[in-house]
Design a protein around this ligand. Structure first.
Ligand code: FMN
Length: 392
């Protein structure tokens, strides 16, 4: 029995929102209506999806933006995922909450304690997204230079092993590894979720993919092609490595950007307006340059090919068109094996409202999701925490 909808949800296609702890993924557009994120918008979006039965609210982790000579560029604006997640956890009732941690920025003892704390605040709804890091200047601020690529994953594996041991061990333990020395390691309280929260990882390189398949419960992937065959193979490759190499089953999730309008033409026009005509080219250039240099994921020519997608929503899969078109795309992704999808919009509140009114019913008709009963009834029925959760 778990409260974490990432594990317990009956829905064939799980849903979540991504990057609401900063300016969404619309960090590369100059249109004035792009969200100036602040805490109240984080809160309103989290509550809107909590009430609608989504499974996930996922922040991104960012210590510094992309533009070397422009430190106050919006790409560097991100509320700290841990303290942010604690607030979101207290303000919501059923949705799954994520934190994202750069292993190099945080000692495993601190990570184990803070995640256990948020797991208590959320009553067992936390998932930990672990990141090896790739944006060199943000790690240099910690005096922790970005390691050689495969070493990042060795470090991350030892880091994660320690976090899990701290979550689980009833006794003190010593650990002497390649990266950490821990004497009398111990952490209390243990997380609410037995064995600790599920793990997410978004490695895209071959090494990153191996890591995700070995250690993560949820592999968070990019889908650079829209061709259903490529999509199916992209998802299957993770599930296959997990099963055949590591004897495990993993969920595979992907991120998207949504432009939903009454006609396809209106949606295409708005996409062109914010992601092409008003693209922040310096910002996209910097992102492509860094990703090509520091990640072994997508090659530079693929990154260049999906340039407008970076501007539209951090390289996410496009969901652009009418409610019917978007629902059909989601059906395709689900049929291709995707377990969960995260959404971003230029304007999240407007986007969530349109999506919940027009697309959710279509997903229910298609059998991808069950109707979600009003939360008040749910909590009354199960006698859980309603009294301490001021969600009105
Ligand atoms: C969907 C997605 C979300 C990611 N979120 C973050 C993030 O919040 N912070 C971060 O520093 N890196 C993030 N990354 C980067 C990856 O975790 C990983 O570090 C990067 O892809 C480089 O690793 P690789 O070369 O093994 O692919 C994300 C990647 C993907 C595909």
């Amino acid at each position: 029995m778990t409260n974490n909808p990432i594990i317990s949800s009956p829905n064939k296609l799980k849903l979540g929102i991504f990057c609401t702890n900063g300016r969404g993924t619309a960090q590369h557009t100059l249109v004035p209506e792009a969200n100036q994120q602040d805490w109240s918008l984080s809160l309103l979006t989290a509550r809107a999806v909590d009430e609608a039965g989504y499974e996930a609210v996922v922040p991104f982790a960012r210590w510094k933006g992309y533009l070397k000579d422009n430190p106050d560029h919006v790409s560097g604006y991100a509320l700290d995922p841990f303290t942010w997640a604690a607030g979101i956890a207290q303000a919501t009732r059923q949705v799954g909450i994520f934190v994202t941690s750069h292993a190099a920025s945080m000692h495993p003892i601190l990570a184990a304690k803070q995640t256990a704390t948020i797991d208590h605040i959320s009553n067992g709804r936390l998932t930990l997204n672990v990141v090896g890091g790739w944006n060199r200047p943000e790690l240099e601020m910690f005096g922790a230079p970005l390691r050689e690529h495969s070493q990042r994953y060795e470090h991350l594996a030892e880091w994660l092993g320690l976090v899990k041991r701290l979550w689980r061990s009833p006794d003190e333990f010593d650990h002497h590894g390649d990266f950490f020395d821990v004497v009398g390691g111990f952490s209390l309280p243990k997380p609410v979720q037995a064995g600790g929260p599920p793990i997410m990882n978004a490695g895209t390189s071959d090494r990153g993919r191996q890591f995700a398949c070995e250690h993560a419960d949820v592999c968070f992937i990019g889908l650079p092609s829209e061709d259903p065959k490529d999509v199916r193979e992209g998802i299957a490759s993770y599930k296959r490595i997990a099963r055949e190499t590591f004897g495990r089953d993993v969920q595979v999730w992907a991120h998207t950007f949504v432009v939903q309008r009454d006609t396809q033409q209106e949606a295409d026009d708005y996409l062109e307006h914010y992601a092409v005509r008003h693209q922040d080219r310096r910002s996209v250039d910097a992102l492509i340059e860094k990703t090509a240099q520091e990640s072994n994921g997508l090659p530079r020519e693929v990154l260049e090919r999906v340039r407008d997608r970076f501007a539209a929503g951090a390289g996410g899969f496009p969901l652009v068109g009418t409610a019917e078109h978007i629902a059909a795309k989601l059906e395709m992704l689900s049929a291709a094996g995707l377990d969960g999808v995260l959404f971003t919009w230029v304007d999240y509140l407007d986007g969530i409202d349109r999506f919940n009114r027009q697309v959710l019913p279509l997903l229910e008709q298609a059998g991808l999701r069950e109707p979600f009963p009003p939360l008040a009834n749910r909590w009354d029925r199960h006698g859980a925490q309603a009294a301490v959760l001021p969600c009105g």
